[in-house]
Structure formats: structure tokens, C-alpha cells
Design a protein around this ligand. Structure first.
Ligand code: UT7
Length: 330
């Protein structure tokens, strides 16, 4: 029997309508449009209304796949939601999403690997598919970063945005789908990128709220340095292991955290600009949603058998790269 690969067979997304532009941010913190564009490549981001959880975006994104591809939700075996902004901490957003889309034969859970969440979720989902245990898995990357950003902190509020992207993974025996992965973690990352309170180490209280410990903190320079080297190392390694040259690779789809980090990774891989797919300009850093949002935006460009490298770096630290062959023409 031919080897089973996990192939992406459909993509979908949801982005809130409200736009937060660099000009808007100029009125909120000491920053300016030119600095943000030059240092990050971001022009605007989307913001989900207050009082609505991340599940809203995840559900809309998942429904878009089910409706566009005419898939009966009862056929879905599993729903994974990669997120660091679940609706609630003590219940899986994935369980609610599965129920709301009518995936009543599925099980599911949330996966917390921050900006690498989608990539790590691809690893989990593809292992289930390759083993033959499940046949239809919805992997959603969704984050409502506006719920954990301090809009008086210019180090973070200029970067992050809200959004959700989703892929359907199914078995493929013609060689399409996930070919290889290189994933790593290093716990020193918690010193540089974290939310300190609200967990078991520092439960939320009046003092933690007063000191803004419930917001995301980032030592940008340190994270930047690690991101540049680790994302490039992982991408280079996956090319080497699979004897891929820069000519062989059709597209680099990297986590959209900072255009300079993506450019540095592409340069190390020898990948030219038109093979580097980006949408950071429009949505900023949507954490677990960035890679599936790229897939959704560029779906019509991707062709069956295209060789794609995914790369990501995020809080933890978590990082890695994945090589896959695209499975369909849209
Ligand atoms: O997705 C998860 C992983 N996250 C990332 O990969 C993000 C990695 N980090 C970054 O993308 C960048 O570090 C930032 C975009 C966050 C910051 O850019 P930077 O080039 O590293 O800026 P910096 O922190 O080195 O600051 C340079 C200067 C400083 O001024 P001085 O000391 O040179 O006078 C900052 O005070 O820019 C100043 N600055 C700002 N100026 C205007 C910092 N933030 C801002 C701002 N607007 N928003």
C-alpha cells in the first residue's frame, strides 16, 4: 500500500471588519506610520469587537470551508484550535467550535504553541491522518490578540491583530501533503515573550491587574534576534534534509510577525521575493492565524504539486519549518 500523507484539501478564513490603521495608532501611543511600516511592514490590522470570543472567528472560518466544499459536518473526525486567546481558560474552545458547526461526531482540543501553533497543529493532525486513524481534520489557527494587548504599550500594540484561518486535512496516497517537519522548543523564551498573570504561577488579583500583568509583554529585540536565526535555521535544515534547492521551492509561507524576519529567512534560503507570500501589511501578526490566512488569501495561486515551506517562530520559544506538496488546483 502506498504511504498515506496528510494533504490540505480546503482552506478558509474569517477577518473582523473593523480596521485599526497605523494612523489610528498614532493617536493612541507615541509612534508613527513611517516607523511602523519600516520596522515591521504593517499598515493595518483587524480588530474583533469587545465581548466576542475567538470562537466567533473560528466558527465563521470553519463554516466557510464546510459551505464552500459542501462537506457534511458529521464527517469531521477532529477539530483542533491553535490559539493563545481561547474563549475561556478552563474549557476548550475547540469543543464549542465543533458543536457550533455541527461536527457532532468529532472530538477536539486547543493547542497552545503561540505563533507556531498552526505549524505544531499541522504536525499533530498529519500524524493522526498518516496513521490511518482519522480521515477529516479541521485545523484552525485563531487569535483575538486585541484581548491581551495593552493599547498604551507601543512595543506590542503596533504588531498584533485579530483573525482566524482554517484548513481541512485528508489522506492522500499520491504523494501530496506533508513531507517532512523540523520543530523545536526552548523554554528560555518565557523570559522575553509572555503573559505573566492568569496562570497557576501568578493567579489574577487586583495587584496583577493594576500592574498590567494580564497583558502580553514582549522584549522585541531579543525575540527578533531569536526569530531571525531560528526560523532561518529551521527552513535551511528542512531544505537540506529534502535535497531542495531555492529553485525547487515554489513558495515560502512564513509566520507574519515582522517583514524583516521573513525577508531574512528568505534571504538565507536564497528564495526570491515573488516566492515569498505575505499579507502582514493588511492584518499584522495574528499569531496562530497567520499561516492559514496566507493560504486562504493565496489559494488561487497555489497549484497541485507546488513545493511549499512553512516556517514559524513564537512564544515559548517555539519554532520550526515544514515541507509539503500542495494537493489541489482551486
Ligand atoms: O510573533 C511572535 C514573535 N514576535 C516577533 O517575532 C516580534 C519580534 N520583534 C520585532 O518585530 C521588533 O523587535 C519590534 C517591531 C517589536 C520592534 O522593532 P525594533 O526594530 O526591534 O525596535 P527596538 O525595540 O530596537 O527600538 C528601536 C527604537 C527605540 O528608540 P531608541 O532607543 O533607538 O531611541 C525604541 O524606543 O525605536 C523605538 N520604538 C518605537 N518608535 C516608534 C520602539 N517601538 C516604537 C514604536 N514607534 N512603536
Amino acid at each position: 500500500m502506498k504511504k498515506i500523507h496528510a494533504s490540505i484539501t480546503a482552506v478558509g478564513s474569517y477577518l473582523p471588519e473593523q480596521v485599526l490603521s497605523n494612523n489610528d495608532l498614532e493617536k493612541m501611543v507615541d509612534t508613527n506610520n513611517e516607523w511602523i511600516i519600516t520596522r515591521t511592514g504593517i499598515k493595518e490590522r483587524r480588530i474583533l469587537n469587545k465581548g466576542i470570543g475567538v470562537s466567533f472567528m473560528a466558527i465563521q472560518a470553519a463554516k466557510s470551508i464546510l459551505e464552500n466544499k459542501n462537506i457534511n459536518p458529521l464527517e469531521i473526525d477532529m477539530v483542533i484550535v491553535a490559539t493563545i486567546t481561547p474563549d475561556m481558560h478552563a474549557t476548550a474552545t475547540a469543543a464549542y467550535v465543533a458543536s457550533e458547526i455541527g461536527a457532532n461526531n468529532a472530538f477536539g482540543y486547543d493547542l497552545n504553541a503561540a505563533c507556531s501553533g498552526f505549524l505544531f497543529g499541522m504536525s499533530t493532525a498529519s500524524a493522526y491522518i498518516e496513521s490511518g486513524r482519522y480521515k477529516k481534520i479541521l485545523l484552525i489557527g485563531a487569535d483575538k490578540m486585541s484581548s491581551i494587548v495593552d493599547y498604551t504599550d507601543r512595543n506590542t500594540c503596533i504588531i498584533f491583530g485579530d483573525g482566524a484561518g482554517v484548513v481541512l486535512l485528508e489522506p492522500n496516497q499520491q504523494g501530496m501533503g506533508v513531507q517532512d517537519e523540523y520543530l523545536r522548543t526552548n523554554g528560555i523564551g518565557r523570559n522575553f515573550l509572555r503573559i505573566e498573570s492568569g496562570g497557576s504561577q501568578m493567579p489574577t488579583n487586583l495587584e496583577t491587574v493594576k500592574n498590567k500583568k494580564h497583558f502580553i509583554y514582549q522584549d522585541g529585540q531579543n525575540v527578533f534576534k531569536h526569530a531571525v536565526s531560528k526560523m532561518a535555521d529551521a527552513s535551511e535544515e528542512i531544505m537540506k534534509r529534502n535535497s531542495l534547492t531555492n529553485i525547487d521551492v515554489n513558495y515560502l509561507i512564513a509566520h507574519q510577525a515582522n517583514k524583516r524576519i521573513i525577508d531574512a529567512t528568505a534571504t538565507r534560503m536564497g528564495i526570491v521575493d515573488d516566492k515569498v507570500l505575505m499579507n502582514i501589511e493588511s492584518y499584522g501578526n495574528t499569531t496562530a492565524a497567520t499561516i492559514p490566512l496566507i493560504l486562504s488569501d493565496y489559494e488561487s495561486k497555489l497549484k497541485k504539486e507546488d513545493k511549499i515551506i512553512f516556517a514559524a517562530f513564537g512564544a515559548g520559544f517555539t519554532w520550526g519549518a515544514m515541507y509539503l506538496k500542495w494537493g489541489y488546483n482551486s
